[in-house]
Every structure is written in structure tokens, then in C-alpha cells.
Design a protein around this ligand. Structure first.
Ligand code: AMP
Ligand code: GLY
Length: 422
């Protein structure tokens, strides 16, 4: 029986905690720092995710057998290395492997070197050179900050003027701080976007159920990008043949390439893909579960996530078959008014004690306790997931459920998963 520590405090981590708790291999789960929902399920400890030393100290004292890292920032900060140097097992990529998400320039280097399809690109660390390049371009183009920017460092520009403004934001006004010291200017791709996640032991991998996120804040994919406003799985945009093409042409060479670079990739590898007319191409890599994709993939997983994680430690993933339940899941994110910009916090959330139908799960993200109340404490507040026999049934169920929850300024998209029905 194992003691597990989950690091993070969003909807993804609530879902990981919920899934891990069901494993017969686990007898106690902690979460640092967690949120008001996670607190109802397991013991939360108030340690910041970037404090490697304090996390390690706690893990030692509580005799933690396995630590699972939810977000990218602690991975890029080297938490796995810090734990492993001290003989503690921590699930996720090392700092050097996490650079796949931590530096878009590094990601492009790997994609290019190992012949993995992606958008054409140029990298600049000099403002005037980037400006001169953009002045010569026509039509849509994408400007990206190299480093981590909480999912906001990508500006999709529809024309030259927009791209010059985007460049100024990154390199002149330093809106993304050091993350924008280097910028990647990228060819604009069109197609359906899908998220394919794989569990990797550094050599072998198993693919989880492909999902689709909804990144824009407003219905019909309008407005600015967010961390994700909802997700569903499975997605009809990926046939079994296409999934195989993604595995052999994208995931496998990435894992092989990372091993050849001396940065073996262990953990969850998340490929953000664009299904273009020329086939699937990589938009980005993330080094962790997607949020809110985890909120649909894990409720649909029949396999024990613990078994998968332990197999990555043993290097025995080739023996594992990842099994999904039949049916579909839809997750709708309930956000604070103003998100993804500044938003008000501390709003009392009503309706959380509703008796939910079977297959409805309310995962907490930005929530906190205030006395006996649960209040909002972030941009994305809750992720309501419904599992049912089909996408239409899950859509129906999730939108019926979400009506029970209310707080001042609450906002959610009304068209999550509708793309699957087109
Ligand atoms: P990223 O953080 O790299 O996933 O980018 C955020 C979002 O910007 C992606 O999910 C896409 O919707 C969009 N995006 C990024 N790169 C491109 C590209 N080369 N062409 C079109 N859209 C893109
Ligand atoms: N939902 C997109 C992400 O997790 O990066």
C-alpha cells in the first residue's frame, strides 16, 4: 500500500487525486497545496508548488512513496531531480526533459532534428531582426514567447500589423517577462486541434484517449486564448488509423529523440496537434496532463493510473495496455467574470451540495474555504464533467448539472463539445 503526494491545486490535480484514490494500491493521498474541493477528499498541506525543499521535507516526514506533479512550472523548476537525488520517486520528466514545454525553441529543435511534422518557424532574440522579418511577411502568422507564460504567451496574428504589436508586447513591453526575451515566429496552421497524451517510461509509451480542448474564451472560438474552457473525449477528429500515424510519426520519434539527446522522457507527454490537410502536425508539447483534458480522460479511464505510473518507474510499460471505458465525457469550465484577464475573487459559490446524478463530477480549480463557505479564488473555478453513453447525452447531462451552481460573475461556454457533432 502506498502513500501518494499530488502537487498542484487546480482542476487537473483534483481529477488526479480523485482517480488515484480509487486505486487498490493506495492507502493515503495528500495534496500540496490543493483547493477547497481536494480538501474534501484528502489531506491538503499548504506548501507552494515551487518550494522543492519544503515539498521534499514534507514527503520525507510523511513517508511518501510516490509524488505526482500536476503543473508544468515545478517540473521545469526541477522538482523530479530534487526528489530523485534524495532517493524519492517523483512522477514526471526531469528538468532537462521538461524543457520540451519550458522552452518552445528547444521543442522546435527536437521536432526539427527528429523530422516530426510541425509549423515552419524562425527564432529571434534580437528585436530589430524579428521586426525586419515580420515586415516582410503577409497574412496570418503566430508569435510566441519562448518560455512559460501560463498558456498566454502565444499570439495568433491575422495580419502584419497585429504581428508587430505582438512582437512589441513581448520584446519591448516585456509583458511575459523573461519568457519573451526570445520569440518564435511561426507559420499559421489551420485544422482541428486535438490533444493526445501518452504515458512514457523513457522508452515505451501507452497512448491515453485523445481529447479536444476549447481554448478561446467565447462561444464559436472567439476572443482570447485561455488555459482551456472545456474538453471532451473521445474526439471524432481522430480515426484509429490517424491515431496510429500520430503514434509512429510523432510520439515515438519524440520519445526516441529525447532518449538520444540524453534527456529520457518519463511522465505524461502531451502533444497539442493540429490536424491539417497534410496530416497531423505538432503545435506544442506539454510535459503533464492537460487541464481540462484530464477532467475527461481520467473519468473515462478504466485502467489504474497508479499501475501505469509504477510501470514507468520499472520501465515495464511495454507490458501495459491502457483501457478506456465505453462512452464519452464532456467537461465544462465555470470561470470567474473577467477571465482570462484580471478577475474578482472571494465570491461565494452556491449549489455545490446538490445531489449529482450518476456520472456527474464537479472538480474544483480556483476555490478556497472561507469559514463554512466555499468561495472563488482564481480564474477557472470549477470543471463540471458528465460521463454518458454518447457525446450528445454527455452534453445534455453536463449543461443540466452546471445550472445548479452559481456565483457572482460566473461564466461558461455554451458550446463545449458541439464541434464533435458537426
Ligand atoms: P500553444 O500554447 O503553443 O499551444 O498555443 C496556444 C494556441 O495557439 C494553440 O492551442 C493554437 O490554438 C494556437 N496556435 C499556436 N501555434 C499555432 C500555429 N502555428 N498556427 C495556428 N494556431 C496556433
Ligand atoms: N488545456 C491545455 C493545456 O493544458 O495546456
Amino acid at each position: 500500500m502506498m502513500k501518494v503526494l499530488v502537487i498542484g491545486g487546480g482542476g487537473r490535480e483534483h481529477t488526479i487525486v480523485w482517480k488515484i484514490k480509487q486505486s487498490p494500491l493506495v492507502d493515503k493521498v495528500y495534496c500540496a497545496p490543493g483547493n477547497a474541493g481536494i480538501m474534501q477528499e484528502v489531506e491538503c498541506v499548504d506548501i507552494p508548488v515551487m518550494d522543492n525543499r519544503a515539498l521534499l521535507k514534507f514527503a520525507r516526514a510523511a513517508k511518501i512513496d510516490l509524488t505526482i506533479v500536476g503543473p508544468e512550472a515545478p517540473l521545469v523548476n526541477g522538482i523530479v531531480d530534487a526528489f530523485e537525488e534524495n532517493g524519492m520517486f517523483c512522477f514526471g520528466p526531469s528538468q532537462k526533459a521538461a524543457e520540451l514545454e519550458g522552452s518552445k525553441a528547444f521543442c522546435k529543435y527536437i521536432l526539427n532534428k527528429y523530422d516530426i511534422p510541425t509549423a515552419d518557424y524562425r527564432i529571434f532574440d534580437d528585436y530589430s531582426q524579428a521586426q525586419a522579418f515580420l515586415l516582410k511577411q503577409n497574412g496570418p502568422i503566430v508569435v510566441k514567447a519562448d518560455g512559460l507564460a501560463a498558456g498566454k504567451g502565444v499570439l495568433v496574428c491575422m495580419n502584419r500589423d497585429e504581428s508587430l504589436i505582438a512582437l512589441d508586447k513581448m520584446m519591448k513591453d516585456k509583458e511575459f517577462g523573461a519568457a519573451g526575451a526570445k520569440v518564435i515566429v511561426e507559420e499559421y496552421m489551420t485544422g482541428d486541434e486535438v490533444s493526445v497524451m501518452a504515458l512514457s517510461d523513457g522508452e515505451n509509451f501507452v497512448t491515453l484517449m485523445p481529447a479536444q480542448d476549447h481554448k478561446r474564451i467565447f462561444d464559436n472560438d472567439e476572443g482570447p486564448n485561455t488555459g482551456g474552457m472545456g474538453a471532451y473525449a473521445p474526439t471524432p477528429h481522430i480515426s484509429p488509423a490517424m491515431l496510429q500515424q500520430i503514434e509512429t510519426g510523432i510520439i515515438a520519434p519524440t520519445i526516441k529523440g529525447m532518449a538520444l539527446e540524453g534527456r529520457p522522457y518519463k511522465g505524461i507527454l502531451y502533444a497539442g496537434l493540429m490536424i491539417t490537410r497534410d496530416g497531423p502536425r505538432v503545435v506544442e508539447y506539454n510535459v503533464r496532463f492537460g487541464d481540462p483534458e484530464a477532467q475527461v480522460i481520467l473519468p473515462l479511464a478504466e485502467s489504474d493510473l497508479m499501475e501505469g505510473i509504477l510501470a514507468t518507474r520499472e520501465g515495464s510499460l511495454q507490458k501495459m495496455k491502457w483501457r478506456n471505458r465505453p462512452g464519452a465525457a464532456v467537461c465544462v469550465v465555470l470561470a470567474s467574470g473577467g477571465y482570462p484577464g484580471a478577475c474578482e475573487k472571494g465570491k461565494k459559490i452556491h449549489g455545490l451540495d446538490h445531489q449529482w446524478d450518476d456520472g456527474v463530477f464537479v472538480y474544483h480549480a480556483g476555490t478556497a474555504r472561507r469559514g463554512r463557505d466555499i468561495v472563488t479564488s482564481g480564474g477557472r473555478v470549477l470543471g463540471v464533467t458528465a460521463v454518458d453513453v454518447s457525446i450528445p447525452r454527455a452534453i445534455d447531462k453536463v449543461y443540466k448539472a452546471i445550472k445548479w451552481i452559481a456565483f457572482d460573475g460566473a461564466y461558461y461556454r455554451k458550446d463545449i463539445a458541439m464541434r464533435a457533432l458537426r
